[in-house]
Write a protein that binds this ligand. Structure first.
Ligand code: GLN
Length: 264
């Protein structure tokens, strides 16, 4: 009787031990798998929004452009493979924060607001916001934008600049080309987007023109998660080396047809 009780107790103990062992093995496996995603040391994940020609755009399904080549050079110097995550521009900083991406390379302008939540590399391109209007528009400067309907890309510095214009009604779009389409269709009075993409995309809309005077002066830089100084230093080193050995100028030449004006 006593023996049977003892045996039952032992069996229960064994069962519980086996159960606990199984649970910890499963947990270990899940944790292992999880860390192999976030800590994959061979991959560098770049987040971008591929509607920003010539910095990032799609060519035959591939994301290509100035920023992509810059990011590829950084990855190569670190001995890593570059992976690109194409997402909405306003999702880039949250994606950095959550660790979904390692760096945002997206023609992103450095602003004091963004610097509160992200770490920026040294600037690699000097840009500005431009006003785009129909060729027959009476709007010739920012003052004439007051109380007008302005199309922008959501979450960009163009969005911020337009929001500061007195009485303006700002209409936000997911991508810069959408804002120009809306303008060409006569649904808004103007659009405000970055100078280089404006030049690229406006050429596809013969009824539109870019107003010469810039609305702002901005620097593009690569954004990292705050505290990721190690990666920022790697990026800065690559940028500096590319400027010193001519690869940076060759990139400007390739995507802008000129090697001088835009270097910061
Ligand atoms: N330079 C602008 C910004 O930082 C727009 C960038 C973009 O649309 N990719 O807000």
């Amino acid at each position: 009787m006593k023996r049977a009780k003892a045996l039952r107790k032992m069996a229960t103990c064994l069962f519980v031990a086996a159960f606990l062992a199984m649970i910890s093995w499963m947990l270990y496996d899940i944790l292992q798998r999880d860390s192999s995603i976030s800590n994959d040391t061979n991959v560098l994940v770049m987040g971008t929004n591929a509607t920003f020609k010539p910095f990032e755009y799609k060519d035959g399904g591939q994301v290509v452009g100035f920023d992509v080549e810059l990011a590829q050079a950084i990855a190569k110097d670190m001995g890593k493979e570059l992976k690109i995550e194409d997402m909405s521009f306003d999702g880039l900083l949250p994606a950095l924060e959550s660790g979904q991406i390692d760096m945002a390379v997206a023609g992103m302008s450095v602003t004091s607001e963004r610097e509160k939540n992200a770490l920026f590399s040294d600037p690699y391109y000097q840009a500005s916001q431009r006003i785009i209007v129909p060729k027959n528009s009476k709007i010739a400067n920012k003052y004439q934008l007051e109380h007008k309907k302005i199309a922008v890309q959501l979450g960009t510095t163009g969005d911020q600049a337009a929001s500061k214009i007195k009485g303006a009604q700002v209409v936000q779009f997911p991508a810069a080309p959408n804002a120009l389409q809306e303008l060409a269709a006569g649904k808004v009075d103007a659009a405000v987007i970055d100078d280089a993409p404006a030049k690229q995309y406006v050429s596809g809309f013969p009824s539109l023109k870019i107003i010469n005077t810039p609305l702002s002066s901005e620097s593009y830089a690569i954004a990292f998660k705050k505290g990721n100084t190690e990666l920022a230093e790697h990026a800065n080193k690559t940028i500096a080396n590319m400027k010193a050995d001519g690869r940076y100028q060759a990139l400007l030449q390739k995507y802008f047809g000129t090697a001088k004006e835009q270097a910061p």
